[in-house]
Design a protein around this ligand. Sequence first.
Ligand code: ATP
Length: 316
Amino acid sequence: MGTRTSVTVRAPAKINLQLSVGEPAADGFHPLATVFQAVGLHDEVTAVPAPGGTFTCEVSGVDAAMVPCDSSNLAVRAARALVAAAGPETAPRLGVHLSIRKQIPVAGGMAGGSADAAAALLACDTLWGLDLDRAQLTDLAAGLGSDVPFSLLGGTAVGLGRGDRLTPALGRGSWHWVLLVSRSSLSTPAVYRELDRLRAGRLLVEPRVSEPLMQALRSGEANALGAALHNDLQHAAVSLLPELDQLLEHVRDHEPAGVLVSGSGPTVAVLAEDDQHAAELAVALADAPGVSRVLRASGPVHGCRIVDPGVRGVAP
Ligand code: ATP
């Protein structure tokens, strides 16, 4: 059993370069064909030991007031899931206090909660000295949410099934994004429900990964990737938040390499041709309608990483 003083893990936000959504199955889940990219915008989760059976958290940083600090916090749920996997002998001794520092917009379609859950899994595993392997952590992650395994993995990856069956995607170079964070937020389940409503009665083909998108990733050509970006949820997000349409039009007027709503929105991801172009777009879009913050991030970046392993003490 480890006796570290604290462990800090950094977890990236994601953009879905493609998000194709099929007909919901009997269990309500939608089959997906998605291509994730982890980008350089991070939350940090620090785990410190607490008495056995104690699971608490505090949240600071951007949008912290929108994040629950009780047992519904995804990072707390992750810690509890790890305890359940630790077995009956060890479990009663395990407890943790989690400090979450947020940079990823909350309810913005960039998987901030999932990032915190993935970070908490890795931080608690290390803090408690459980040493689960990646496959075990990934299984636990999938049980917490479809985007959680990708946050552990990072990079650029194809996600099938619920988005949790991951395969790293080949790609060349770095991609430069400008992220337009909305003043509004959208609930992911509400966006899926809206998609189902808008497509009711339509015959849907099984979602497939886009070959032009995969080729564009391999080419390193921003304009090719921009042309191949696709998100089935965009239409539904715009239907729930019509001002998003105005924002997308406004962005297109500035001729980016590409633009799409990130995941379930409402953050809008703007692809630039290169770093310099991203800097110019960020300035030009600073007063875009309905936008609270303009951020820049490049991808792909690593998945969850331990940035401070704390100090290991002597086992009691
Ligand atoms: P996704 O892109 O995975 O669909 P999202 O980025 O749109 O998700 P999140 O930021 O993950 O949305 O937040 C979704 C909801 O989850 C929020 O309304 C928030 O109250 C709740 N939540 C619970 N725990 C967390 C957490 N650690 N960080 C952010 N939100 C959390």
